[in-house]
Design a protein. Structure first.
Length: 311
């Protein structure tokens, strides 16, 4: 279903923090005949748009947790009852949600948690390829160490959709629901689509290899390493039927430079939503991939509805 849109008020504040982190607004060029997309022009990879300490809520408390030898920063705004966990897209740290946290806390009374994934914000760098399974393990460990083991509403944007799928598969009893915000979903990563994404981003990957220690380049390279095999495996992940989910898909998608791939993105979201009766598809009309900033009203509404059990 679609919700009535408000006047579009934002531009591309961040590069779409999508699969390889660096697909820009026109990352895949139009391919009217359905053939492989042309490589995207090299551009600066997406990085966090704010410093780790920028605009933190006064009510938020920092907790450093340790998992598998590395430390991760969790920011907790304490509330009552349910817990909302916000997971940002690729290349973005927890400050991505800074404007939504106080509104969610005020509107729901719930505990609101954001965190910095490994290599972002205050969290330690972990070398080697980025693995959604490992990131899901970090999130699980962090929540358990914070004493959060149930009644979690997980909100995941873009690349964090991969973490959400692995987390839900392994921890369905912890989740009361999820809101997937223009998120990477298994249905999108087909044997036909994966090579298109790899080819489109190869120029950016090659450019990043010239300065691999630069933080944004490190993030890109770790995501690109083993990308095809990792996403072939991700394509096989199944979301648990017991966990309700709202799928918000942006009108313009992160792939609006390629009508073929943009439609596949929309189709993947629709397919995911159609697999169970407790899933709802919502279109963020007028929005780019940066839905939380383009349509914060919609994101807040859907999170609050999920927390209230109205989805």
């Amino acid at each position: 279903m679609s919700r009535t849109s408000l006047k579009h008020r934002s531009t591309y504040r961040v590069l779409p923090a999508f699969v390889l982190l660096t697909l820009t607004a026109g990352g895949l060029t139009s391919c009217g005949d359905g053939s492989a997309a042309e490589p995207a022009a090299a551009s600066k990879p997406a990085t966090s748009s704010a410093s780790p300490d920028a605009a933190r809520s006064d009510a938020s408390k920092l907790h450093m947790i340790t998992n598998d030898g590395h430390r991760l920063a969790f920011h907790v705004t304490q509330g009552q009852g349910r817990t909302i966990v916000l997971d940002s897209g690729g290349g973005e740290d927890s400050s991505y949600w800074k404007d939504l946290v106080p509104k969610l806390h005020a509107g729901t009374g719930a505990t609101v948690i954001t965190y910095d994934r490994a290599g972002l914000g205050r969290s330690d760098v972990v070398t080697g390829p980025w693995k959604a399974e490992s990131a899901a393990g970090d999130l699980e460990a962090g929540l358990e160490q914070l004493g959060v083991t149930k009644n979690v509403t997980l909100v995941s944007h873009s690349q964090a959709g991969e973490i959400a799928n692995y987390f839900a598969k392994d921890n369905p009893e912890m989740l009361s629901g999820a809101v997937l915000v223009d998120a990477n979903l298994p249905q999108f990563f087909t044997d036909e689509e994966i090579p298109r994404l790899v080819a489109a981003n190869q120029p950016q990957v090659d450019a990043a290899k010239k300065d691999p220690q630069k933080p944004e380049n490190r993030q890109l390279l770790s995501t690109a390493e083993g990308f095809a095999a990792a996403h072939k495996a991700f394509h096989e992940i199944t979301w648990p039927d017991a966990v309700p989910a709202t799928v918000i898909v942006s009108e313009r998608t992160p792939l609006d430079g390629s009508p073929v791939d943009a439609q596949r993105w929309r189709d993947a979201a629709a397919s995911f939503a159609e697999e169970a009766t407790n899933r709802t598809l919502v279109t963020a009309e007028g929005s780019s991939h940066d839905v939380a900033n383009d349509r914060p009203d919609l994101v807040l509404k859907e999170i609050e509805a999920m927390v209230a059990g109205q989805r």
